[in-house]
Design a binder for this molecule. Structure first.
Ligand code: DGJ
Length: 317
């Protein structure tokens, strides 16, 4: 009897994730981690993203840091990066889609972000580092990875620990998958160009297959996101297919990352996306849903509240 009660309690105790709703942090404020990425370091997940709360200094750009053990309750760790126009790009300069990697050898947290001018012509990545996950991060430099234009970036760490940057490039119209250097401070080697006009690139390795997701180029407006698969990161990649009924425009969202949770019973791949509100960015929402993945197929089910048990990897609706 006791065992049954304990089981029932643990099965019902998981906090729900409510796609598209206001998502309060530990202080009751809507989470500000837009265009974000997640990295797991020991027992914590760290979520970094664009800090867009109201009342910020309009000359600065901010990257927020949150941490969680269960992916549902998030503790605000503060603004990990506060940056004033590092390359003299002028008003409305852009810092978007920050991603953080932890380098175990150098014990350094390495942040990449899309750095641009108001017209998106600079097309570089910025790099900042810290010796603590919550920062403060110090700006180091900006460059065009592999000498190529780089706009939306995505982060992918393979099961063997190799770290990759995914970056959207023009005029090639596609996204590059590129390996980082040993210290993660440089973008070292082109692995592949997925030659399709996509941004918001995200990759996951699931049961022997790589899945890549991207969105079409429609600014802040949502569109039908698509996926392709490959046996190796180098490709060849399959043709792109819809991840959801196209008329829903990916349930009004845009991909930013896929997060794999490997539990004792199940492996769950979470689609992380932004529902942008360009005029009230601080109120932009998150659409996180477990994907139906396997055998070369990937599908985003209709969003509804769900929870995950991080230990077992099991999802409940
Ligand atoms: C789409 C990109 O994915 C976003 O990160 C942002 O750059 C908007 N375009 C700007 O229109």
């Amino acid at each position: 009897m006791v065992a049954i009660i304990v089981l029932l309690t643990s099965a019902t105790a998981q906090k729900k994730i409510n796609p598209g709703e206001v998502w309060p942090d530990d202080k009751g404020n809507h989470i500000q981690a837009h265009g974000g990425g997640i990295v797991k370091i020991d027992k914590y997940y760290y979520w970094y993203g664009e800090q867009r709360r109201q009342g910020l200094d309009t000359g600065l750009r901010y990257v927020s840091c949150y941490r969680s053990k269960d992916l549902a309750s998030w503790q605000f760790m503060g603004d990990a990066l506060q940056l004033s126009d590092p390359e003299h790009l002028g008003s409305n300069w852009v810092l978007e889609r920050p991603k953080v990697y932890f380098n175990r050898k150098t014990k350094t947290y390495v942040m990449y972000f899309h750095l641009d001018d108001a017209r998106y012509k600079l097309a570089r990545v910025g790099v900042a580092t810290s010796n603590k996950p919550e920062g403060p991060f110090t700006y180091r430099e900006s460059f065009r990875p592999l000498e190529k234009e780089s706009r939306d970036i995505g982060q992918f760490i393979d099961d063997d620990g190799t770290a990759y940057l995914v970056f959207e490039s023009w005029p090639t119209k596609g996204f590059f998958i590129a390996r980082l250097s040993d210290d993660y401070l440089k973008v070292e080697k082109e692995v592949c160009l997925i030659n399709a006009p996509l941004e918001g690139g995200a990759i996951v390795h699931y049961k022997g297959l790589y899945y890549a997701i991207g969105s079409a180029l429609t600014g802040w407006n949502p569109n039908p996101n698509k996926y392709a698969t490959a046996k190796s990161l180098e490709g060849p990649w399959s043709e792109f297919k819809d991840i959801a009924p196209p008329e829903t425009n990916t349930y009004s969202s845009q991909s930013t990352m896929m997060l794999k949770v490997e539990g004792t019973k199940d492996t769950t791949v979470i689609f992380m996306a932004d529902q942008w509100k360009p005029k009230t960015q601080w109120d932009s929402r998150y659409l996180w849903m477990p994907l139906q993945t396997g055998d070369g197929k990937l599908w985003l089910p209709e969003p509804k509240p769900w929870s995950i048990d991080i230990k077992t990897g099991k999802v409940q609706f």
